[in-house]
Design a protein around this ligand. Structure first.
Ligand code: IMP
Ligand code: MG
Length: 373
């Protein structure tokens, strides 16, 4: 069943690990939005890898192909760098990488502009916003318009990278199992996130269609959230922890530092109104709850936001939201046999109206568990 994995909140929910684990059940892993602003952290045989442009496919499995869709914005030199790096462990990995030639190019000017003008948003300075500005203002360069003799394109071809659109691959894609890997999260979406403190692309399922995959059909949309929440960069964060001691502890135990920029992530509590808003906006049909081992290490009651003074129906409602909390007991093991954890899952499901289908811990790639019976 074709499946879309989305960040449900402000990114960094652990999508990389989820995609990595699930990818063995799929023929293709497809990125459709964002660019090198994302940092998808993967633990493979307990070694840490961070992919920014490459999909988080399990490269140990040689049957999985990767696609970079036209809804992304790509710096070809950065892509080459990631492929060269991955090739050290997986020598022929480039042959499994397909890039839509209609994708928009990120240039050095885009990055310079980002650094000069977008500090107040706390962007990643990867030129993402300015590249999307070029796109919508109809002045962008698409990959297919880059001189094929340019070094970087020649190098990508040398590594085996292919340049094809989804329709060039139509027959194969229609007969394949597709896993779409979203970047960032619904609350950073340019339409429905906390505008203007957002990224510049579609972080909802809309991005899959924006990349031209309307012909394949989508079976399931999984939203990924941690059992607490983090946010990097500026902007509203209704459930941000006010106790800097607890926030600092979770940041340290959960390694909550930006994968791309190294910045401290802001830490807060699970925000059920925001989660329900995100699920409803983008049609999430199942949740994946990650990093459950981190709160198991916290030795005090855990706040969960179970409502604001007003139910959010617009991005603007997050700017002055007044959260109400309930506390739950920390669990020993993120397992349904643990009563505290069961209570926590029950609270999420009853408030959000979407089942929690999978749970996973942080670093251990074997900790992924299905809750479906
Ligand atoms: P930009 O995407 O670099 O333009 O940054 C816009 C906002 O989105 C900033 O607050 C960034 O910190 C945030 N952001 C962008 N990409 C990610 C991501 O992959 N994870 C978390 N936050 C992100
Ligand atoms: Mg990240």
């Amino acid at each position: 069943m074709n499946t879309v994995i989305l960040g449900a909140l402000w990114g960094d929910e652990g999508k990389g690990a989820v995609v990595h684990h699930l990818s063995k059940n799929f023929d293709w892993v497809i990125r459709f939005n964002g660019g090198a602003n994302s940092g998808h952290t993967i633990y493979r045989d307990r070694v840490k890898y961070v992919h920014s442009l490459l999909p988080s496919a399990d490269f140990r499995n040689e049957k999985i192909k990767c696609f970079l869709g036209s809804g992304m914005v790509i710096d070809p030199n950065q892509l080459l760098g990631e492929i060269v790096e991955a090739s050290r462990t997986f020598p022929k990995v480039g042959e499994r990488i397909y890039v839509d030639p209609d994708v928009v190019i990120v240039t050095q000017e885009h990055k310079d502009h980002d650094r000069r003008k977008n500090g107040h948003i706390g962007t990643t300075n990867r030129g993402i916003g300015p590249a999307y500005v070029s796109k919508v203002s109809r002045s962008a360069v698409r990959l297919r318009n880059v001189d094929p003799d340019e070094d970087v394109i020649a190098h990508l071809r040398h590594y085996g990278v292919k340049f094809m659109t989804p329709l060039d691959l139509k027959e194969e894609l229609l007969n394949s199992n597709l896993l779409f890997e979203g970047a960032q999260g619904v609350m950073l979406d340019v339409n429905h996130g906390t505008y203007p403190f957002v990224t510049s692309c579609d972080c909802t399922v809309g991005g899959v269609l924006a990349s031209g995959f309307g012909f394949v059909g989508i079976g399931e949309i999984l939203g990924v959230t941690k059992c607490y929440v983090t946010r990097v960069g500026e902007g509203p964060f209704p459930t941000e922890a006010t106790d800097i001691r607890v926030a600092g502890m979770i940041r340290e135990v959960g390694h909550e530092y930006g994968a791309v920029t190294g910045r401290d992530r802001r830490v807060g509590w699970l925000d059920l109104p925001a989660l329900r808003y995100a699920c409803e906006k983008t049609g999430i049909s199942g949740l994946v709850l990650t990093k459950n081992d981190i709160l198991a290490k916290v030795d005090e009651e855990i706040p969960v936001c179970i409502g604001y003074d007003k139910t959010p129906t617009s991005f603007s409602d997050f700017f002055d939201a007044k959260p109400k909390y309930l506390t739950v007991y920390p669990w020993e093991k993120a397992d349904l046999s643990d009563e505290s954890f069961r209570t926590f899952i029950g609270l999420i499901e009853s408030y959000v109206g979407v089942p929690v289908k999978y749970v996973t811990d942080g670093v251990d790639e074997n900790s992924f568990r299905s809750l479906e019976t």
